[in-house]
Design a protein around this ligand. Structure first.
Ligand code: SF4
Length: 225
């Protein structure tokens, strides 16, 4: 992150820090879970694609009616692109999102028998699906641990001295995978996202009310935010 002072990372120390802060964050956010609303893997896939550069609240408003209209991969693949664009316009970047959803659903029909695939390599083969989206799917509908490196996880990992990989989400995910026990990957992502939304906000983290400030190298140090 340009302009920020650098935090030195020691892997062993980062691992010990995770062991202390993860239970504290879990305690603070017992309700931490995915904010997107869905009832099956296809709905979560579409909602996650729509959530790029858009709030989960807005996505949930849009998908409430959307998921009544489009119930299967065939519904999406068979729809006119322009109609999908109109239906998802308010989530932003609607042209790309529409293209990815329509062609992704066609691929799901052609190559995966109409069902959203359940492995990382298959998921990232879908258009518009990167590791973050794939990990959201793995962790929340396929019972496979996944670290979803969204903007909050990226920012908090730097502030908490867990990784120095900056905005490189793929390298950050690899760093976190080394220091967070695999069985906790999905919940770890959720509590970090909750903490980023509620306390460790981008512009002004509320270090005074932070349950992990005692262990955070950035606590009350604006130059590190
Ligand atoms: S102490 Fe401050 S910078 Fe560190 S995690 Fe808490 S809110 Fe974020």
């Amino acid at each position: 992150m340009a302009g920020k002072a650098k935090i030195t990372i020691d892997k062993g120390e980062a691992k010990r820090r995770v062991k202390v802060i993860f239970p504290l964050l879990k305690k603070r956010y017992p309700e931490a879970t995915i904010a997107l609303k869905f009832s099956n893997p296809l709905e979560l896939l579409v909602a996650t694609i729509l959530s790029a550069q858009c709030t989960d609240v807005r996505v949930n408003i849009v998908t409430k009616d959307l998921f009544k209209k489009y119930r299967s991969a065939a519904d999406w693949a068979g729809a006119e692109l322009g109609e999908i664009e109109d239906d998802i316009r308010s989530t932003g970047f609607y042209r790309n999102k529409s293209k990815n959803i329509k062609s992704g659903c066609q691929k799901i029909i052609d190559e995966f028998g109409g069902a959203v695939p359940s492995t990382m390599s298959e998921l990232v083969s879908l258009p518009g699906v990167g590791r973050k989206t794939a990990n959201v799917l793995l962790g929340n509908v396929f019972d496979t641990p996944g670290i979803a490196c969204d903007t909050h996880v990226i920012r908090l990992s730097r502030r908490l001295g867990l990784s120095d990989k900056g905005n490189d989400a793929v390298k950050l995910e690899a760093d976190l995978a080394e220091i967070v026990a695999k069985r906790h990957w999905t919940l770890f992502s959720h509590v970090m996202i909750f903490h980023g939304r509620n306390i460790c906000k981008a512009r002004k983290p509320d270090c005074l009310n932070c349950p992990v400030s005692k262990y955070c190298p950035s606590a009350n140090k604006p130059k590190l935010w």
